[in-house]
Design a protein around this ligand. Structure first.
Ligand code: BES
Ligand code: MN
Ligand code: ZN
Length: 496
């Protein structure tokens, strides 16, 4: 469940809540809310700063219990770092830290004044929305398959009020919808591949659609895809006993004649590499190889919950990539749905092979206004951009600009890589129209180039989220990216 959000316009020292949250910069610079609490409590915060208990370092936190002169039983003081260099990314970070600190306290509700901290270039609507999304992000726990050892606080945090004007309620409603989409994506991606297989993903989509008026869902199985000619997708799926699905969600929030926007997400529920088997170390992370599917489904959930006035389709090709006696093999030549033949040079470059058929089908079926795909497509993208930026590729400068802007707004940022024709020759094959890998150099770009062969004539962009879809390490969780970016992009499209 997402946290409940509301706006509060009371003074911090008289607020009726289990815990109030205020910020302090380094060098003892108090925010105005902290200063109010400090004077109500006869200088308690300043004394703790002088004593060295409160450093103001970014993300640090201290709890004042039963401070005199303050109605709330607890004051959570969050460090904001140096005031001079305070920026939007730092704001998001401290809001996440505040959420984590609140999660450790035995409080059911809290009121935060972090939403009143000045952020260069961002307005109060942005601050309220970002603070809410950050708090919900911090409150998420994965518990589907175990009882967490580090027990949460005895009383669970359920509601946060953010300081702001009544107009901020609209931002909070948006944040709640996006938070729901982010949670949907994170939970789906965190589930293990023995639970979250193609059929499971299809069931989640069907279940979501059942609860919504304007949403319908249809699912194609391998027999139907066989009839239609999904030769590339089905080749990838062949090695697994978990049969593939094409999951299609359709939301009609716009006018009847309006062309839909289309989101397509890579849904490889486990990527072993197939016959081009991956090394053992780190292979478990390939349960997240359906992060693109999770991301587009999450963005779809957010768009529906916001009731955006546009038409939207979400298409998820979902398979498992496994080695088997019936697996597809390097050197196989596949006939894709588009009619183009593909020489398989590596069965681990499977994402593009399921996406190409899904992109062709989406374009033919819906004639969309714009198609965006999201995929954990290449290790090369992680090498190029690391864990912070999603790789964005598009031949459409205006579309690329829209997506970069949505990323900046939400701090779910992307960075553009070129799709110049010069790279296309790396995909030449002596045996088919195109090869499925482009060699050592520019792997993220040649993967994008491969997809571009199947999107000619479409207004299309590709998001490589291989580095951004989950946090690294044994306990790394799905991040929910790029739900916020896509949701913002759709919001911006609705406002035109
Ligand atoms: N799912 C992987 C990409 C990936 C790797 C995502 C590591 C996140 C972390 C994809 O299917 C894959 O295996 N790509 C290959 C392509 C190569 C064979 C051209 C890769 O990146 O190594
Ligand atoms: Mn692979
Ligand atoms: Zn993959």
């Amino acid at each position: 469940m997402t946290l409940q959000f509301s706006v509060a316009s009371t003074a911090p020292e008289t607020a009726e809540t289990a815990c109030i949250v205020v910020g302090v910069y380094e060098q003892g610079v108090l925010t105005s809310a902290a200063a109010r609490v400090d004077s109500a409590a006869s200088g308690l915060i300043k004394r703790q700063v002088e004593a060295g208990d409160i450093s103001g370092k970014t993300g640090s936190s201290s709890v004042l219990f039963a401070p005199p002169g303050v109605k709330a039983q607890r004051v959570l003081v969050i460090g904001l770092g140096a005031q001079k260099s305070f920026d939007a990314a730092r704001f998001q970070k401290i809001c996440i830290e505040a959420g984590r600190a609140l999660g450790r306290l035995p409080v059911a509700d809290a009121m935060s004044w972090l939403s009143e901290v000045d952020v260069p270039g961002r307005d109060s609507a942005w601050r309220v929305r970002t603070a809410a999304l950050a708090a919900d992000h911090a409150a998420y726990r994965y518990t589907a398959t175990f009882k967490p050892r580090d027990k949460p606080a005895p009383t669970e945090l359920g509601a946060i009020a953010l300081a702001g004007a009544a107009e901020a309620q609209a931002s909070l409603d948006q944040a709640t919808a996006i938070a729901e989409g982010v949670r949907f994506a994170r939970e789906l991606a965190n589930l293990p591949p023995n639970i979250c297989n193609p059929i499971y993903i299809a069931e989640q989509a069907v279940t979501f659609a059942e609860g919504q008026d304007k949403v319908s869902c249809s699912v194609l199985d391998h027999v139907e895809m066989e009839k239609l000619g999904f030769g590339s997708l089905l080749a990838v799926a062949r090695g697994s006993t978990n049969k593939p699905r094409l999951v299609v969600l359709n939301y009609r929030g716009g006018k009847d004649g309006d062309k839909p926007y289309a989101l397509v997400g890579k849904g490889v529920t486990f990527d072993s590499g197939g016959i081009s088997l991956k090394p053992g170390a780190g292979m478990e992370e390939m349960k997240f190889d359906m992060g693109g599917a999770a991301g587009v489904l999450g963005a779809f959930v957010a768009a529906v919950k916001m009731d955006l006035p546009l038409n939207l389709v979400c298409v998820v090709p979902t398979v498992e990539n496994m080695p088997d006696g019936d697996s597809y093999r390097p050197s196989d030549v596949l006939t894709s749905l588009s009619g183009l033949t593909i020489e398989v040079l590596n069965t681990d470059a499977e994402g593009r092979l399921i996406l190409c058929d899904a992109l062709t089908w989406t374009a033919r079926t819906f004639e969309p206004h714009t198609i965006i795909d999201a995929a954990t497509l290449t290790g090369a993208c992680v090498v190029a951009l690391g864990k912070h930026a999603t790789g964005l590729m598009s031949k459409h400068d205006d579309l690329a600009a829209e997506l970069l802007d949505a990323g900046e707004q939400t701090l779910d940022r992307a960075w553009r890589l070129p799709l110049w024709d010069e790279y296309q020759t790396q995909l030449d094959s002596g045996f088919a129209d195109v090869a499925n890998i482009g060699g050592k150099m520019a792997g993220a770009i040649t993967a994008g180039c491969f997809l571009s062969r199947f999107t000619e004539g479409q207004r299309w962009a590709h998001l490589d989220i291989a580095g951004t879809a989950w946090d690294e390490g044994r306990k790394g969780l799905a991040t929910g990216r790029p739900v916020a970016l896509l949701a913002q992009w759709l919001i911006d499209r609705s406002e035109k």
